[in-house]
Design a protein around this ligand. Structure first.
Ligand code: FE2
Ligand code: FE2
Length: 390
């Protein structure tokens, strides 16, 4: 079996879904049904022989395999996940080494006809030892923070994949943006339930992959700012996507400049200052995507007083969401450690942002940042948030 464990787990789930779909079309003993069951059994045996165990969890719209969200499969099999949880009372499927063909038969029966009560008693009634089913997890029992953290790291993976595509000078695929959108929506849902997550998630930093972690943090902080303003969920989702992609042009900038262990010289700085235009250009070539990420990528360094970069014609008005992203951008950049500077505590950053009110930042958004930090820091002491940095 080839590919990463996540790709392999995606493949096995595809076989499971394929078996269910085939069984809906053909009688139980039909050659197609028998073949689909055999395909799943073979895929499971191959996976388990190298990994020992495989656990799928269904968390609403989200499919998780061994603690990693499968974004593509979450979208593809959304209806199947809903049927399992709502009609069959199944919230998880675990496989252990030694799965027998008769256990695959029993699994097919469970996911197509239900288990008639507690999944665990059904498992023992059927005498299954290598396949276990668990009940659906009620939304209030799901650990919001664990789901949010999975979505955070899933966003990092999705951005890393986008980065590899950009660096290979290949066009971005709509599907890559779709994957990022699934993680972004999961993050948003969790933050809507528990706004205190904003500072806890945004305190996750990476020294080595600064740009990727910074992009997710800008999305998270932008959601926090948008929540304080009271923006609707649909707009918050677009704002978060714009945050994720605001520095996408930076990943086309050479490593030597991005990771230089010191301040940039004038020539390097000129290259770096091209990232808003590069990013907007990349995003403009994505078919059918929302325009907001492109606008924010282009405008997030323009500044409120229009003295930033790139230079724009007189009379240009910065989009309000670009102004919001600018606050989130600077806040995260200043609270992160870089090769040439230490992380600055939240309180000092607040002072800087207030000083720059009306210059770099829209004064109304400076007040919004103050309000957000005031509310959230009561729930998340700064020491606690910083203690989690990586
Ligand atoms: Fe930027
Ligand atoms: Fe940025």
């Amino acid at each position: 079996m080839t590919g990463s464990p996540t790709e392999q787990a995606s493949h096995v789930f595809g076989c499971l879904h394929g078996m269910v779909r085939t069984a809906a079309l053909y009688p139980p003993m039909h050659a197609q049904t028998v073949k689909a069951k055999q395909t799943l059994h073979d895929a499971l045996t191959a996976y388990l022989s190298s990994h020992g165990r495989l656990v799928y969890r269904f968390l609403g719209d989200v499919l998780v395999a061994d603690d990693r969200i499968l974004p593509r499969e979450s979208l593809l099999y959304r209806q199947f996940l809903a049927v399992c949880q709502n009609e069959r009372q199944i919230g998880s499927i675990s496989f252990m080494v030694g799965v027998e063909p008769r256990e695959v038969d029993a699994l097919l029966e469970a996911v197509t006809e239900g288990v008639g009560g507690e999944p665990s008693s059904w498992t023992s009634r059927k005498g299954l030892t290598h396949v276990r089913l668990g009940p659906p997890v009620q939304p209030e029992q799901q650990s919001g923070e664990a789901t949010a953290r999975r979505a955070y790291y899933g966003s990092i993976d999705a951005l890393r994949d986008i980065q590899a595509t950009v660096r290979a000078r290949s066009p971005l695929a709509v599907e890559q943006i779709g994957t990022l959108r699934v993680f972004t929506s999961t993050l948003l849902e969790q933050i809507l339930q528990s706004p205190a997550l904003v500072l806890r998630l945004a305190s996750i930093k990476s020294y080595d992959e600064y740009t990727l972690y910074h992009s997710v943090n800008v999305a998270v902080i932008s959601i926090g700012l948008g929540l304080v303003i009271g923006l609707p969920e649909t707009l918050l989702r677009e704002i978060a996507m714009a945050g994720m992609l605001h520095d996408v042009g930076k990943i086309a900038i050479p490593h030597e400049i991005l990771r230089k262990p010191g301040p940039l010289d004038e020539e390097e700085w000129q290259v770096m200052r091209r990232h808003p235009v590069l990013g907007a250009d990349l995003l403009s070539r994505l078919p059918g995507s929302n325009r907001l990420p492109m606008i924010v990528a282009f405008e997030h360094h323009i500044r409120f007083d229009m003295r930033g970069y790139p230079s724009v014609p007189a009379g240009w008005t910065q989009h309000p969401i670009s102004r919001l992203a600018c606050v989130a951008d600077v806040f995260d950049a200043m609270t992160s450690r870089r090769a040439y500077k230490k992380a600055i505590p939240n309180t000092d950053v607040r002072g800087y942002v207030r000083d720059e009110s009306g210059r770099t930042f829209d004064p109304r958004l400076v007040r919004v940042l103050d309000l957000m930090l005031g509310r959230l820091e009561e729930e998340t002491p700064e020491e606690d948030a910083r203690g989690r940095t990586a």
